[in-house]
Design a protein around this ligand. Structure first.
Ligand code: NDP
Length: 493
């Protein structure tokens, strides 16, 4: 309508905030980093037998943050022996006493939340608003939740006799370093196990800072041991004969390698691997909310999320509208300094991951999909990638099949519910999915027929310590969180 257009040149289009500029808003809390971090074994920081250290880099500016000890076979063995010595007393301790340690860890983490958030952002590149409002509070929540389970072993599997497994070997990735550590440690400790854990090479710092908290909490020596290093150290942790169970989160490729390595042993195993989640928008969905959900699903943590909604399936009748709104929305995502409180997308975790993202994006262009990137000035130093959309994607494109693990969304369309289900399930993965619709019955049908461990309805990327998380197919097996997550950390008789 002409009059309205004169007053509002964009018609009914929502205009996001490119009408003003933001002043810098850097977070300034001291992360209290050490220039060098040793291994944490038997309750103490010890120099590696290997004598070797490797640098941990800030991906936002490529500057060195600290030197991290490189654990070799002798160090990993030392850690397992310390854990085995600690196990009899720790497992025999009354559950309510074990619970007190977990409560103490959770509270100490809350006390130092700001410092941990800054350390996490410096080491991993994620925006401070995410480490401050998600990673650190959720990590504390996991310790609180599992503290409550420590004296309730008999309720983990009613009617069965429940006992701890022994020493557990754990390897975690770089996308949620502190949170993945909490997902792994808290249930293992609550159930009376001892732990040898390896953080990812690029993000070891918050684990080693948590070791300081374990000391302050006076956790008995040897109950938790951190051995830092790269993939070779991870293989040593997984393959050590002292591990009664191994728990791994990372890529499907490495998960398969570990399964091959451990075939023929009697170790228990849980695997939380990759994903290529479908986020499905029906034409009756609240479109503006769905657009926010799409942005959260793929751009949260730069898309370094195993359950990221990286495949958008939009019903054909609303596809143009959704894509137009999405382009409009991502124009105002702020990419840059992760320590700035207004930043939406921080740094890509490493040079290697940036190269992977670029390689897969180039394949999308080569295979004929249409790329859209908003105008976006990236910092000169550091590892950055702009928010990216691909339209015209088909099921056979690599960007529709492979995990990109970056801020890149592949958009496909569908006409019917059956087609949406078939396309969503047409993947080797099965970790998560999202459904946006007004109809409850459709949500129920979709959540039954989608082969995914988690199905979110009219939301995405929601987590809670009481809610089990885990995959189907090549996304792995076993659950983390909730009562189901505890079953994987006990013997049942
Ligand atoms: P990896 O699977 O290589 O790393 C995960 C963890 O396993 C890290 O601690 C790694 O150590 C360790 N590791 C590597 N090789 C071995 C081995 N042979 N035995 C035991 N542990 C090992 O993932 P990347 O970090 O290389 O990321 C690559 C891809 O993996 C991403 O692009 C993404 O697709 C996927 N990924 C999925 C995650 C998820 O949550 N499902 C999380 C992270 C990655 P180190 O880091 O020191 O090499």
């Amino acid at each position: 309508m002409p009059t309205r257009k004169r007053n509002n040149p964009a018609g009914s289009r929502l205009i996001f905030g490119d009408l003003w500029e933001y002043d810098p808003a850097p977070e300034t809390a001291d992360p209290k980093l050490k220039g060098r971090y040793d291994l944490f074994i038997d309750g103490r920081f010890v120099r590696p037998r290997s004598g070797k250290y490797f640098p941990s880099i800030n991906p936002a500016n490529e500057r060195k943050l600290s030197d991290i000890a490189l654990a070799g076979p002798a160090d990993v063995d030392l850690a397992y022996r310390a854990a085995a010595r600690a196990f009899p007393k720790w497992s025999a301790m009354a559950g309510r006493e074990r619970g007190k340690y977990l409560f103490r860890i959770a509270r100490l983490l809350q006390d130092r939340a700001r410092e941990f958030a800054v350390a996490e952002t410096l080491d991993g590149g994620k925006p401070i608003k995410e480490s401050r409002d998600f990673d650190v509070p959720m990590a504390a929540a996991h310790f609180f939740y599992h503290a409550g389970w420590a004296d309730k072993l008999e309720y983990v599997a009613p009617g069965r006799r429940v006992s701890p497994l022994g020493v557990v070997g754990q390897v975690i990735p770089w996308n949620f370093p502190l949170l993945m550590l909490a997902w792994k440690l808290a249930p293992a400790l609550a159930m009376g196990n001892c732990v040898v854990l390896k953080p990812a090479e690029t993000t070891s710092i918050t684990a080693l800072k948590l070791a300081e908290i374990l000391q302050d909490a006076e956790l008995p020596p040897g109950v938790v041991n951190f051995v830092t290093g790269a993939g070779e150290t991870g293989a040593l942790v997984m393959g050590h004969p002292g591990a009664a169970k191994v728990a791994f989160t990372g890529s499907t490729e490495v998960g398969k390698a570990i399964m091959r390595q451990l075939a023929g042993t009697d170790k228990k195993m849980t695997m939380e691997l990759g994903g290529k989640a479908a986020n499905i928008i029906f034409d009756d969905a609240p479109i503006d909310q769905a657009v926010e959900g799409i942005v959260n699903a793929i751009f949260f943590n730069q898309g370094h999320v195993c359950c990221a909604g990286s495949r958008l399936l939009v019903q054909e009748s609303v596809a143009d509208r959704v894509v137009a709104k999405l382009k409009n929305r991502i124009r105002v995502l702020r990419v840059g300094d992760p320590l700035d409180k207004n930043t939406d997308l921080g740094a890509i975790n490493s040079r290697a991951q940036l190269a992977t993202i670029k390689r897969l994006v180039a394949s999308g262009v080569r295979e004929g999909a249409v790329m859209y990137q908003p105008p976006c000035a990236l910092p000169e130093r550091g590892f950055y990638f702009p928010p990216t959309l691909f339209t015209g994607v088909t099921q056979s494109h690599r960007i529709a099949r492979e995990e990109i693990f970056g801020p890149v969304l592949s958009i496909l369309t569908f006409r019917t519910v059956d087609e949406a289900i078939e396309k969503a399930n047409n993947t080797a993965y099965g970790l998560s999915a999202g459904v946006w619709t007004d109809k409850g019955s459709r949500i129920l049908r979709m959540s039954t027929e989608l082969r995914a461990g988690v199905v979110w309805a009219n939301t995405f990327n929601r987590f809670d310590p009481s809610s089990p998380f885990g995959g189907y197919k090549e996304s792995g097996f076993g659950r983390e969180g909730g009562r189901q997550g505890l079953i994987d950390y006990v013997n049942l008789a």
